[in-house]
Design a protein around this ligand. Structure first.
Ligand code: IVH
Length: 673
């Protein structure tokens, strides 16, 4: 007879399992952790130790099953009680309005139908079966009728409850088949993919493939190491619980510990559905995960039952897809563009193609290494991608379309604009033109100088700068302040009125905040954020010019590379004489008069997510104007994290460290107090 186990051990194992399930739920489902990762790991190690010492106490419900089980030889398959159908697709408002009409016609109803709209996650569908609150099996969608059993893998996903939470025992289903989408976030995907590249492993093409690949590992320990997440969106068969509406069901799921997408819009009219689609298609590029559209569902479950399904898809739901952000086209040529800092960027000239509503005829190829890595050749058929405001890029070559007539591209050894030598510094991907007077560099520097975050000169467009430089009217920043109305009026596409407006705008830009002035200089690695840090830490230009590398590195947020670049910039005689002539030509730098005072005095802020009523830059300016500082990352020294919509990992970190988080309304209140 096996020796009896000390009841204290049994108590401890019970309490550890309960605590770990609870903390897991707080962290992954509620996004509101109570203990540190280290503490969680310590409890998990203690549990695993006890389970190893007392194998008789092993249980499939243990939180320790999240670390993975012994590898399988192959996956079993299982039938879904209710088939996992697919969805009809719509691509325009009209398709959704027709869907609404079809629904009404089918139901013989004239009144407004109530819908619930949800982001359509671009991941992998799974079904989890719970019996009496315990995870029993997990399977993939498969062909919709049968899927592969991936229970051990699903358990490694921390947002998958191993045991359902019982808030109210009376409404706990005895059997619950719950469905959701497994995915990997964009940042975790990038980090993990670049680790793969470093290890010489083939990278995954996108987060969806990575999620699918991770879920189909025979060794669940591999799955456990992948940053998989899940949102739940529906059910199959449910026994012992009944809801009246989809939204009620989703809330019940949430109460039982299943994570649902916070962006779901419950109970809205068809007009609001269309409005929400517009909002979501803007917002999608800021979301930390990929979505490929939204799903519109009739909210009432009794109406859903009346509508039923075709063999392929339910009649009560439709996917309203976003326009594709990737298309294929032919790469006709590769041209070199010379940037502000002399970097030579290869740019693909494409056969024009519509991507997400915009015609794309150029796409960046980044640098020589990228061309080599992707093996891009002139004449290739390529996949191009456009996401948000980002410059379109060539994702990959469609090799099957090669004819053999494609030609290789080689980086020039002279600058295509000024003919000077080009260099590629060891360890850097960029090739640079060494001539800082190269007209391409001069043009880009001036465009940057006049841009929104810098001197913000209205009416000085790119074409005009090109003309001014080409005509020899401008070789440095200071020349801008010498421009005469008559000269400008004589240029192409300029009239008397626009010339006068421009002269006035140039005049008005002369008084400039120190931070904007520093940003305008176009110092390598000194973007708006670094420029703000410099302006906050130095009371005058002389102080900054005379400071040492160590002084710069002492500033939180400035590392050695940035410090080196700033130090180097102010050591160059041409840069100093350029600054001198700006001041000689009437530019007045506005410095902060000593330490600023205001409601944010001495406080450090971190911004995350999208703000509704202001841009990030405006928020930063408001904070500094009120005496506060803005930092790029959350630390124990952060006073407030301002969280807009769809906040990123900074919010998580703030919660981990117990840093106060405020929303946009609270932020505005604080600033104006
Ligand atoms: S509801 C009857 N809701 O889209 C089908 N699906 O094309 C009900 N998906 O296989 C599906 N997000 O993998 C639904 N919020 C969401 C979804 C969603 C992503 C996927 C799911 C499904 C596919 C259908």
């Amino acid at each position: 007879m096996p020796a009896a186990i000390d009841p204290e051990i049994i108590d401890r194992i019970r309490s550890l399992r309960k605590t770990l399930h609870q903390h897991n739920h707080r962290y992954y489902v509620l996004d509101d952790p109570e203990i540190s990762d280290a503490e969680y790991d310590r409890l998990m190690r203690e549990l695993i130790q006890i389970e190893t010492d007392y194998p008789a106490l092993a249980s499939p419900d243990s939180p320790s099953s999240r670390v993975g089980a012994p590898p399988l030889a192959k996956f079993d398959t299982i039938a879904h009680t209710i088939p996992m159908l697919s969805l009809d697709n719509g691509f325009a408002d009209d398709d959704i309005l027709s869907f609404d009409k079809r629904v009404k016609r089918h139901l013989n109803l004239e009144s407004e139908i109530v819908y619930t709209a949800e982001p359509k996650m671009d991941g992998v569908a799974v079904e989890l079966v719970y019996e009496n609150g315990r995870l029993f099996t997990a399977s993939t969608r498969g062909d919709g009728f049968r899927g592969e059993v991936i229970t051990a893998n699903a358990k490694t996903i921390r947002a998958v409850p191993i045991v359902m939470r019982s808030v109210d025992q009376s409404v706990m289903p005895s059997r619950l088949e719950v469905r959701g989408e497994v995915f990997i976030g964009i940042e975790p995907f990038k980090n993990w993919n670049s680790e793969r590249i470093d290890q010489g492993l083939p990278p995954y093409a996108n987060p969806r493939n990575a999620a699918a690949g991770s879920l189909r590992q025979l060794d669940s320990k591999i799955t456990a190491s992948r940053p998989l997440e899940i949102f739940f969106y529906g059910v199959g068969l449910v026994e012992g619980y009944e809801a009246e509406s989809h939204w009620e069901l989703l809330q019940a799921l949430q109460n039982w510990g299943f994570r649902i997408n916070p962006l779901i819009r419950p109970r809205i009219t068809i007009d609001s559905v269309l409005q929400y689609h517009r909002e979501l298609s803007e917002q999608r590029h800021q979301l930390p995960y990929d979505i490929d559209g939204m799903v519109v569902k009739v909210d009432s479950l009794s109406l859903q039952r009346q509508l039923g399904a075709t063999s392929r898809s339910p009649r009560w739901a439709i996917a309203y897809k976003f326009e594709a952000i990737q298309e294929t086209t032919v790469l006709e040529n590769i041209e070199i563009q010379v940037g502000r800092t002399g970097v030579l960027t290869p740019v693909a000239h494409l056969k024009p193609v519509k991507v997400a509503g915009v015609t794309v005829s150029r796409a960046t190829l980044h640098n020589e290494d990228e061309i080599e890595k992707k093996d891009v050749r002139i004449g290739d058929t390529v996949l191009v991608q456009r996401a948000g405001d980002v410059i379109p890029e060539v994702v990959k070559v469609i090799r099957s379309k090669r004819t053999g007539a494609e030609t290789h591209f080689t980086m020039p050894d002279h600058c295509p604009v000024c003919g000077s030598d080009v260099v590629r510094i060891e360890g850097e991907a960029a090739t640079r033109c060494i001539n800082s007077s190269c007209s391409a560099q001069v043009k880009e520097r001036i465009k940057h100088f006049a841009s929104k975050g810098a001197l913000d000169i209205d009416g000085l467009g790119d074409k005009l700068v090109d003309q001014l430089v080409d005509k020899g009217l401008m070789t440095s920043f200071a020349d801008l302040f010498k421009l005469k109305r008559e000269t400008l009026a004589g240029l192409e596409r300029m009239g008397e009125k626009s010339a006068e407006n421009l002269v006035n705008a140039i005049e008005a830009s002369k008084r400039v905040h120190f931070a904007r002035f520093l940003y305008a200089l176009g110092i390598r690695h000194a973007g708006e954020h670094v420029a703000l840090l410099l302006a906050e830490n130095f009371g005058s230009l002389e102080e900054l010019v005379g400071c040492s590398q160590e002084d710069l590195e002492k500033i939180e947020g400035i590392g050695p590379v940035v410090a080196d670049s700033i130090g180097g910039f102010f050591k160059q005689a041409t840069n100093l004489s350029n600054i001198r002539s700006l001041l000689d030509n009437g530019v007045q730098i506005v410095f902060e008069a000593g330490k600023k005072t205001g409601p944010c005095e001495g406080k450090t802020f971190v911004l995350t997510g999208t703000l509704k009523d202001m841009t990030r830059r405006q928020a930063k300016e408001m904070i500094t104007a009120a005496g506060g500082k803005v930092s790029g990352s959350v630390s124990r020294n952060t006073d407030f994290v301002v969280a807009g919509e769809s906040p990123g990992s900074k919010l998580q970190r703030a919660n981990d460290l117990g840093v106060p988080v405020i929303d946009e309304a609270e932020f505005k209140e604080l600033i104006s107090s």
